[in-house]
Design a binder for this molecule. Sequence first.
Ligand SMILES: Nc1ncnc2c1ncn2[C@@H]1O[C@H](COP(=O)(O)OP(=O)(O)OP(=O)(O)O)[C@@H](O)[C@H]1O
Ligand SMILES: [Mg+2]
Length: 511
Amino acid sequence: MLTKVYGSAVFGVEATTIVVEVNIDKGIGYHLVGLPDNAIKESNYRIAAALQNNGYKIPGKKITINMAPADLRKEGSAYDLTLAIGILAASNQIKSENIEKYIIMGELSLDGGLQPIKGALPIAIKAQEEGFTGFMLPTANAKEAAIVGDLKVYGIDNIKQVIDFFDKGTPLEQTIIDTREEFYKNLDFPEFDFSDVKGQESIKRCMEIAAAGGHNVILIGPPGAGKTMLAKRLPSILPPMTLHEALETTKIHSVVGKIKNMGLMSQRPFRSPHHTISDVALVGGGSYPQPGEISLSHNGVLFLDELPEFKRGVLEVLRQPLEDREVTISRARFTVTYPSSFMLVASMNPSPGGYFNDPDAPVTSSPAEMQRYLSKISGPLLDRIDIHIEVTPVPFEKLSEERKGEGSVEIRKRVTSAREIQTLRFSELENVHYNAQMNTKQIRSYCKLDEKSKSLLKNAMERLNLSARAYDRILKVARTIADLGGDTNLNGDHISEAIQYRSLDREGWLG
Ligand SMILES: Nc1ncnc2c1ncn2[C@@H]1O[C@H](COP(=O)(O)OP(=O)(O)OP(=O)(O)O)[C@@H](O)[C@H]1O
Ligand SMILES: [Mg+2]
């Protein structure tokens, strides 16, 4: 007898429905065709044990299973449940009415329990588009799939539940979440809040500007100055994610199976990979291309702590996605694209020993060591960082003060208004939404200077020996400073402040 059951394969952030045809005939054998990988080929051992332990079996006949479309490579262990139910139905051990109305997926344990799968959200979206009634999947992934409104999602703990549902009509409990309600409920409670940061008013101002214009930042300071603490709080002052952004970000996290018992992600992601990370783990890749850290940071913040410690090659591969805001990974048979629109926050100690120009420093570095350390970050990557800021530790008295600093929710209000001005400014442009994205031509038209500010900038550039590349960045940041103040035209104050945020362009650093 021939039975059809349905699963799904995820490529990039999109799913494709997979038809699993199971045919049982006289004879003996177990044939699995249609480009399954090794994990799927091994599934018969898990399926056999899981069925046995629940009072069923793989029949001793000739079983042929075809996974279609045949030219699409299927991978992973998530088809265990699909195949098991298909075998039971094809061998008449269970009734198979309505079986084709569901996507059924999950990795089986030997006792019939279910292990989580990857990509539940994209699969659910596709299932709904294609008119399936429901999606049966491991309980751990049920909330994530239930974001999709018009699809019945059933979290399954053991294969027996699915068997009884089809065979005896035992109802399954539907997972229902109110996506909107959950999304808005969590918006105003950032995990890390700027009110925890004592003092550091000027650095907080700088972070506000970075957030307002979407500018990449590098924080330079000795150990313990609070660089990590500040970076972690940046997502909390970025404008709240829109529902659409939240969905995009959640999809990517779903693809790598990183969503644990959660529905929609309502907070912008903050990712902080260690400096030993490989380039594949950072930008994505592998034989079945998985998203990397840059895509997991999509719509949020990627924090590269101790930037000069990263391998040079790893930093090189960041350049393209920083520019394109997405990364494309090509393989012989297919190409996938993952979005990767993130804000880059980097940190570094001012020298390999941690200190710079500090007579009391516990360690000192020779000029040659300094040069080697700094040379790693020069060039093209630094070219994409608009704001450099030196962080000095707050004195002990400040740290022990009771008074709380301004909270993230307040700061975010100003950031959001500045963003609204930018959205309006760039409404005609397709790929530009905030100041940091302006190209040279757009800078010329949106950052016009009067004669006075022009000469101020010229003098400062000569006096501080700022490089030419600093020029455009200063104008962009000045534009954001003006937007935060609600000023239409750029003036000398905006320019002077923006000039302060180019530490690394000054002589003595990378010069
Ligand atoms: N302004 C501050 N307000 C409150 N706590 C602070 C402040 N600055 C530093 N701290 C405290 O000091 C600790 C160390 O800060 P953090 O780890 O952010 O420093 P860092 O600059 O990243 O140092 P490293 O170079 O060692 O990574 C923080 O966990 C925090 O408790
Ligand atoms: Mg740190």
